[in-house]
Design a protein around this ligand. Structure first.
Ligand SMILES: *Cc1c(COP(=O)(O)O)cnc(C)c1O
Length: 389
C-alpha cells in the first residue's frame, strides 16, 4: 500500500513498530528494539510517556485548536517557559516543523536587513554540511549542493562559507545574518569549538549582523541544557527549534531578541501554536527540566558518552573517534561501507541507530533513557560489532 499510494520520498525499512515503552519499540511479532535514534531526536521523553500522554489526551478532550485569531493560553505559557528556562530575553513564534521555524528566522533576518535603512541587507551566510530543511528557501540555506538538483530557481541571497573561519571573508555590505547549527546534525555530528563561536558572536555583534542558531536538533535539552547556545554561553539574536519540543507532536518555534520585528499580518501559521501542540510542549519542558535540575540528565549523558568511548577504544580498527555534545553523539567510522553494515547489524541485533554525514554513526537516545535500557542497548551493539566479521 505504501509503495502504491505514498510518494517515494523515503527509503523505508518495513519493520512495523506497533508499540513503544521508554526507549524500547516493539514490532508486530513482539520483538523489542532499543531505540538510540528516538525518531530522529523527536521522542525526547521516550515512548508511552504517561505524563505526556495524559496532558495530550486531556487537552484533546477539551480544545485541540481554535486558530490564532483568539487567545491560546498554553501557547502563551509555552512561550513564557521557553524564555524563562533559556534565560534569553526573547519573544516566540510557533510553527509546525524545523523548516518552518527556519523560514521564520529567514523572514526576521530579511526584515531586520530592510529596517536598518540605506541599501537593503538581505544576504544570509550558512555553512557547508549544514541542514536547515526541505522547503525551497531552507533547502537553499542548506549548503549541500547535491540536494539542490531539480528544484530551482531558488530565492537569491544565500552565501556559503566552508567553515567558521571563512565567514568574515563572505560578509559584504548586504549581509544581514549568519545561520548555523552548533553541532551539525546531518553533517557528521561535529560540535564547533566554544572559543570560535564566542569569537564569531563578538565579530557579528560589532558588525550588527544577526547570529541565528538552528537548534532544531541540538535544542530541547539534547545538549544537557534547554539550548546548546546556553552550553556555549552565547546570546544569539535568533534561535529556532522543533524536533524534541512536542515529544512527537509536530511543533516548531523561532525565538528572537528582536521582540517587535513583526506586526500583525506579516507572519503566521494556521496550525502553529495550537492548543494540542503547545500543551504537549509544556509537558515535555516540565519533564525534561526535572531531568536536568535533578542531575539525572547529566548522569545519563556521562554514562552514554563513556559507553560509546569504551566501544571506540575496544574497536579502534572500526571506529576512528567518538564525537558529540550531550546526548547527540557520533562514532566516526573508518569507511563508508562499514557504516552501512554497522547500522544493519545493529538493527539485526535490535538496536536502532542513525547515520550522519558520510561516515558517522549517530546516537540520539531519548533523554529519559534508563541505565538498564542503556546497558541492554550497548550489550546488543557489542554483539552487532561481533557480527561485522
Ligand atoms: C531536522 C532539522 C531541520 C528540519 O526540520 P523539519 O521538522 O524536518 O522541517 C532543520 N534543521 C536542523 C538542524 C535539523 O536537524
Amino acid at each position: 500500500m505504501d509503495l502504491d499510494y505514498v510518494l517515494h520520498t523515503y527509503a523505508r525499512d518495513y519493520t512495523h513498530f506497533v508499540k513503544g515503552s521508554g526507549a524500547r519499540l516493539f514490532d508486530e511479532s513482539g520483538r523489542d528494539y532499543m531505540d538510540f535514534g528516538s525518531g530522529i531526536a523527536v521522542c525526547s521523553v521516550g515512548y508511552g510517556n504517561e505524563r505526556l500522554a495524559k496532558a495530550i489526551s486531556e487537552q484533546a478532550y477539551n480544545l485541540i485548536h481554535t486558530s490564532n485569531l483568539y487567545g491560546i493560553e498554553p501557547q502563551a505559557r509555552l512561550a513564557k517557559r521557553l524564555v524563562e528556562l533559556s534565560g534569553y530575553d526573547m519573544r516566540v513564534f510557533f510553527a509546525n516543523s524545523g523548516a518552518e521555524a527556519n523560514e521564520g528566522a529567514l523572514k526576521i533576518a530579511r526584515k531586520f536587513g530592510e529596517q536598518l535603512g540605506g541599501i537593503k541587507r538581505y544576504q544570509i551566510i550558512t555553512l557547508d554540511s549544514s541542514f536547515h530543511g526541505r522547503t525551497i528557501s531552507t533547502l537553499k540555506a542548506t549548503a549541500q549542493s547535491k540536494m539542490h538538483d531539480y528544484f530551482g530557481p531558488y530565492p537569491d541571497g544565500f552565501v556559503y562559507a566552508k567553515d567558521l573561519a571563512e565567514i568574515p571573508s563572505k560578509i559584504s555590505d548586504v549581509t544581514c545574518a549568519v545561520l548555523l547549527e552548533l553541532v551539525q546534525g546531518e553533517g557528521g555530528i561535529t560540535p564547533f569549538k566554544r572559543e570560535e563561536i564566542l569569537h564569531l558572536e563578538k565579530f557579528l555583534k560589532a558588525k550588527n549582523i544577526l547570529l541565528m542558531i538552528d537548534e532544531v536538533q541540538t535544542g530541547i535539552y539534547r545538549s544537557g541544557e534547554l539550548f546548546a547556545s546556553q552550553k556555549y554561553g552565547i546570546n544569539p539574536d535568533v534561535i529556532t527549534t522543533a524536533k524534541g519540543l512536542g515529544g512527537g507532536v509536530p511543533i516548531g518555534a523561532v525565538m528572537t531578541t528582536l521582540k517587535d520585528i513583526f506586526v500583525p499580518g506579516e507572519h503566521g501559521s494556521t496550525f502553529g501554536g495550537n492548543f494540542l501542540s503547545t500543551r504537549a510542549g509544556l509537558e515535555v519542558l516540565e519533564i525534561l527540566e526535572e531531568e536536568r535540575s535533578s542531575g539525572r540528565l547529566e548522569r545519563t549523558i556521562t554514562c552514554f558518552k563513556d559507553r560509546l568511548k569504551d566501544l571506540q577504544k575496544s574497536y579502534p580498527e572500526i571506529f576512528i573517534e567518538e564525537v558529540g555534545l550531550g546526548l547527540m553523539r557520533g562514532l566516526r567510522m573508518r569507511d563508508v561501507e562499514s557504516l552501512e553494515k554497522f547500522i544493519k547489524k545493529a538493527k539485526e541485533n535490535r538496536v536502532l541507530i542513525l547515520k550522519s554525514g558520510k561516515n558517522t554513526a549517530r546516537f540520539l537516545p531519548p533523554l529519559t533513557i534508563t541505565l538498564e535500557e542503556m546497558e541492554e542497548g550497548f550489550k546488543r551493539l557489542e554483539k552487532a560489532i561481533g557480527d561485522l566479521g
